[in-house]
Design a protein around this ligand. Sequence first.
Ligand SMILES: Cc1cc2nc3c(=O)[nH]c(=O)nc-3n(C[C@H](O)[C@H](O)[C@H](O)COP(=O)(O)OP(=O)(O)OC[C@H]3O[C@@H](n4cnc5c(N)ncnc54)[C@H](O)[C@@H]3O)c2cc1C
Length: 389
Amino acid sequence: MYFQDEPEHITMLRETLRRFVEAEAPRESVREWDRECRYPKDVFRKLADLGVCGLTVDESHGGSGRDIVAAVAVIEELCRKSTALAGPYIHCAFYGGLNISESGSPEQKSELLPRIVNGDVIFAYGLSEPDVGGELANVRTTARKSADGRKVIVNGTKRWCTAAKDSDYVLCLARSDADAPKYKNLSFILVPTDLPGITMTPIRHTSIRYAETTDTIFDDVEVPIENVLGGEEGWNKGWQMLAGPALDVEKLETAACALGIATAAVEDAWQYAQERKQFGGVISGHQAVRHALVDARTKLMACRHMLYHAAWLANENRPCAVETSMAKLFIADTTVEIVMSCQRVMGAYGLAEEYDMERYMRDIVCWPIVGGSSNMQRNNIAARLKLAS
Ligand SMILES: Cc1cc2nc3c(=O)[nH]c(=O)nc-3n(C[C@H](O)[C@H](O)[C@H](O)COP(=O)(O)OP(=O)(O)OC[C@H]3O[C@@H](n4cnc5c(N)ncnc54)[C@H](O)[C@@H]3O)c2cc1C
């Protein structure tokens, strides 16, 4: 893809979303949601009514057909204001829409996908655990079949289970076979959050506060065997599902969040620098400040190109594990630099609650960690490119 204009339907979608966000997410509300660590359910409902949750779902299940570039653009646009709407969008259209579309059984697809398109069902990711971060193949949460094989019993603790309290299901990665070799011993279980045996304990945190994140503890939680992602066929296939095409897109979704936040930071700093006067003129007149702002915009442009190139490859179903890892690595790390330098341009005011920069700073620092840390991306790229070790 060389130098094509953005497809018209995506440009129009961006314009619609900008108007929507302007009307539905005023600054004061965004601050309140951040303070209270929650997203506005009524506004998310209206967002879903725009049809955006169907961008990861095929037409036969009521969606608009898989359009990864458009779905990534939705995240970017929402994050230019805050993560408050991008968060639930991802939990619905990506955690739910993509995973069920790619790995769900026919019954799971017909039951859940139309509800996902309507924005009616939210999923939390239950991957991390107290002793498991990047090393997901070693999760300790267990899933075992009941004696008659009709139920699955889940035990263990999922950490950082963001929005579990707001979700209908936790998509729980569990060890389903004590004897099978690594990578062939995991399953994803769709665990409804209202079942007996589930408790949730909040983890206080500073970044991406669109929802509470929790330790979510499963104590002999029983679900029907049909709740294995992919149905019974999906038993012990969790790793393939995790490391499949959905992973490529997950890297893009986190990168899109970072790009949206960094874009907002550059715009705010750019404007502020032309208003703030020191030493007889606007601070954008000082060469050091001008250069900082231009460097930020240049890096932002590089991030944008990497993101949408990788999204295009993913949308075309081309191999893109390296490109999506490179995009995640570069964008997550570079947008931290961008936002930090924008904060410095705004001086003390870049740390004041009165300005949004303080929130961008808190929100940007999580992306080199979540969705596969920068080091994990480096490891993946080196392995994929067969760098001798
Ligand atoms: C706000 C927030 C929300 C989150 N939401 C969710 C969620 O909804 N669901 C979920 O499952 N998880 C969630 N997470 C957890 C997140 O995915 C993990 O933090 C992430 O996977 C990294 O794990 P860790 O923090 O335990 O780091 P660790 O894996 O312990 O790594 C710590 C450091 O060591 C480095 N490191 C580790 N191994 C290697 C290696 N082999 N080579 C080089 N460097 C290495 C890492 O890069 C990192 O810098 C969330 C985290 C945050 C902060």
